[in-house]
Design a protein around this ligand. Sequence first.
Ligand code: NAI
Ligand code: MG
Length: 344
Amino acid sequence: MAVQICIIAGDGIGGEVLDAAAQVLRQLSPELTLVYAEAGWQTFQEYGEALPDTTLHLALQSDAVLFGASGSPSFPVPGYRSPIVALRKALDVYANIRPTRSLAGTTPAVDLVVVRENTEDVYAGRERIEDGGNTVITERVVTRRASTRIARAAAELARQRAATRPTRRARVTVVHKANVIREGDGLFRRTALEVLATYPELDTEELLADVAAMRLAQSPARFDVIVTTNLFGDILSDIACIHGGGLGLASSASIGDEYALFEPVHGSAPDIAGKNIANPIAALDCVAMLYDWLAGHGLPHTAQYAHRLRAALAVILREGPHTPDLGGTATTQDVTAQVLAMVA
Ligand code: NAI
Ligand code: MG
């Protein structure tokens, strides 16, 4: 089976860290076909589209996508839509999996995953302007279908994780704000709890989003799998990643029934773009998650590749070389060269 991976670097450091990822992919798994496509703010400025049809088609023809970052402006631009939000929807990769593991030696150890609903909520892009621009209505979409499948994805992941660690029971925390967003989050909460009730081996709890943020900052080791809606998941996963060494190390997988898309949690980082100092580890960990996904689909050797790559990253985290965000002076390419040498 010929497996094709679509590489979309995007803006800013997206290109730098995906260049590192592509080097590692080519060396470890030359049997995979890599195809390259463009998207992002730069692409919008050149072609008038942030996610050109050619890119979308190439992504849909591929088995999985590796995405760098898009630098979306925080002000309205006519015709512009975030390409990554559109791509997640087009591929229907509904479960955004964002793991955080504390660096070796940290106690108590943090090992948690935020499972973020990836296709609706306020990211559905349904906004209307009224009152001559003085009022904006942003619609927040929650469906039973999306709530059901995200809860199921969280439950299955919690079960898998517990199977690899006999001493700690699986716990799923449903995060919502149903006390205020009574209908929308009411539906999400009810649906998630119904799904989780069919998994008696999991401990299930619920937390309001604000309390969850506090607990996540204060006592992250208490969490196992957190399942929540899109916006809360976006924010909570950035809090969580502090405990794993920061944005330069935080990776994510967006998984659907057909496709998967892997992207670092960080953005285009305009403050450090073009300086060859972005930490490539988040993007390289995305490659490890891609190998896991391929291994789950029966692709030979990929479980081995994931293991070798993670082992190399663990040594580098302990011993260096480290980029400036981790207190070192190494460049993106120094770290990449070390990874290449270690997995050779
Ligand atoms: P950011 O994640 O790009 O950067 C936040 C801070 O973390 C910056 O100081 C940056 O230098 C640092 N940082 C991020 N990644 C790093 C890495 N690999 N190594 C070392 N340091 C790293 O978030 P920011 O600055 O708020 O947003 C910049 C642009 O990125 C915006 O246009 C935003 O819309 C976009 N963005 C895109 C995302 C995506 O494509 N999925 C996610 C988050 C932001
Ligand atoms: Mg984010």
